[in-house]
Design a protein around this ligand. Structure first.
Ligand code: SF4
Length: 67
């Protein structure tokens, strides 16, 4: 479970979607927003109007730091 300040398994507020999302959707979305997967592989991303702004918010989001 949670080892640090961030609980990586819990739902979290996502600054890209601007709503709470599950850890699974975060991971899929993150991999698309960071260029690892195609944006089209996560259908929920079609809800986001400005993908470039979402990419920036995702890169700055603490949950995007998987190291
Ligand atoms: S890492 Fe990206 S997809 Fe996950 S919560 Fe943060 S902004 Fe949203």
């Amino acid at each position: 479970m949670s080892k640090g300040i961030i609980d990586y398994e819990a739902d979290r507020y996502c600054p890209a979607y601007k709503k709470a999302i599950s850890a699974d959707l975060c991971y899929d979305s993150l991999m698309c927003l960071n260029g690892s997967f195609k944006i089209s592989s996560t259908p929920e991303l079609s809800e986001i109007e400005d993908i470039e702004a979402a990419r920036k918010r995702c890169a700055e989001c603490p949950y995007s730091d998987l190291e």
